[in-house]
Design a protein around this ligand. Structure first.
Ligand SMILES: [Zn+2]
Length: 143
């Protein structure tokens, strides 16, 4: 029997392990732009200096848009059985970026544009070998 492992969905995307996980991004000190995932340079074509630094992004943001997957996504994603609709959020954070991620802890009928969401890190899906694939998600902040 093989041991179940935790696999990151990608390297260098978020602080892990961490009680308060944060996305890792690039901030350009010259023009002020942010980039996620992090980058080796600034991608603003008007920026001349391109002095970049690695930063972590705000954990909270506002729901800017969303969609709901009512059908199981294709492999390698292995949906829960029975399948439940998966809300996908586009969250605007104070740095001005819009981050896309699965929402959890809410039913599609309760989702409201503008609601505050918090970044969490957890299992996105279980792969065919039974490993948990770990990535970021968004959870509603209770008022
Ligand atoms: Zn720049």
């Amino acid at each position: 029997m093989t041991e179940k492992r935790q696999i990151l969905v990608g390297e260098g995307l978020f602080t892990w392990p961490s009680d308060k996980p944060k996305l890792i991004a690039t901030h350009c000190k010259s023009c002020g732009d942010y980039f996620f995932p992090k980058s080796f340079t600034c991608h603003n074509p008007k920026c001349k200096e391109k002095q970049v630094e690695e930063v972590t992004l705000s954990q909270r943001g506002k729901l800017w848009s969303y969609s709901v997957l009512y059908y199981p996504p294709p492999p390698p994603f292995v949906p829960r059985d029975p399948f439940e609709p998966i809300p996908i959020a586009e969250v605007e954070i104070p740095e001005g970026l819009k981050i896309i991620g699965m929402m959890e802890g809410i039913k599609p009928k309760d989702i409201k544009i503008g609601m505050t969401l918090e970044l969490t890190v957890g299992t996105l899906y279980t792969d065919k070998n039974g490993n948990d694939v770990i990535g970021w998600k968004f959870t509603p902040v209770k008022a």
